[in-house]
Structure formats: C-alpha cells, structure tokens
Unconditional design. Sequence first.
Length: 241
Amino acid sequence: MGKAVFVTATGTDLGKTAFSLALLLWAEKKGISAHYFKPVQCGFTMEPGQTAAGDSEWIARMAPFPITTKTGIRFSAAVSPHLAAERENQVLNLERFGKDIENLRGDCDLLVVEGAGGAAVPLNRKPDFLVDLALQGNFPSLLVCGLELGTLSYTLSTLAFLRERRVPVGGIAFSRTTPERPEIGDDNLRTLLDFSGLPLMGELPYQPSLQMGAGLKAEDIPDWLAPLEAGLEKWWTHCPT
C-alpha cells in the first residue's frame, strides 16, 4: 500500500489545490507514482457538453502530462459538506471515503487527498470532520496557509484544532495566490515555524498561468517547484507508510 497525505488549509481559497498539483508534479519528477483524490466536491462549474468540473478536473487540466484523479462525491452547492449533503438528502460518513482511500493507495506510491475549505469543515453533524480521514487512515496532513496579515491567528488556531482531533500534521506549506509578497511575510513564516515546531514544506510561488487557467508548461515546472523540493524530499523520506 502506498503512502498518503491529506492536504488541508487554514481557510478556503488559500492554494490547497495548487499545492496538491505541485506535490503531484514533484512526485512525477522523482519517479513516484502519485494519484489525486477529492473526497467531497462542493460546488462546481459545467464545462461544454455538461461535464461537471471541479478540483479534480482543474488538476488534470493544469498539468502538462496525464494525472490520475478521482472525486468521491459531488454536490452542486458551494457550502460546507455537511450542509451540501443535507440539501440533497444525504448523510456523509468517514467509512465511505476511507474505503476509497484504501483502494486508491493500493494503486500508487503516493495518494494526495485534498480536503474542502479549511481544516475545521464538518462532514456531518456528529460531528466528523473531513480531515479526520487522516487520523482514520493513519497518514499525515499537510497544512497550507498564507503569508498575509492574520495568518498567525488562523494557522495557530487550526493547528490547535488538529491537535485536539489528534490528526497528525507532517508540516506547513505557504502558498502565494497574488504576485505581491506581504512585507510581513518573512516574520509570519519565521514566527509560525518557531511557535509550531513543525517542518517547512516550502513556499509555493505565485504562478500566473494557473491563475489565468492556462495550465503549466513543462518548462515552467522546475522553477515553480524549486522552493518546495528540499522540504518535500525530507518529508517523503520520513513520511510513515
């Protein structure tokens, strides 16, 4: 069975999917077979021909080579999974997605599982949380956060939540979704690493072609991945099987 990792974040629209893509591209470069799994897709667009398009489709479209992707269940409403399911008369549970994850891990060296929104997003009203899948499957989560004002509180609060849930955290990654790097970025980065005691996966640079939906060219990948390589290499070496 391959390794797995749960990509979560301190909130929504912070670059989880871009980081997931970077992790998949890094694995390809290392000769590691990697697949992508989105357990719950809440909200999606309709492509020409009425094909639902969400994060799995974005991953496949942005990569310059084929990537195996799978979505567990889709809901039309762009809301929390527990509410999206209720609106369609369904109840979500961890066991349903745990079986998918177990099967997918048998087909690759690394399974990248991406959450929905931030880490404290409920799956149902027990409450179970989507990130509990990492605890259930005994694999680590990676926390994606921003560098802007407010990230200290958001990130430390999220880490407190994850530790309360006993969800293992393998490291922190920073993602830039705008060209301008905040002036306080260096201090935020240093402070979070000092306070959390977690390893740094790296800082994913802003990539204009992704923001425009144009996709990556093969020649763009080395520079985009460069800030992550040392952190991911160390993480992969020590990541539990």
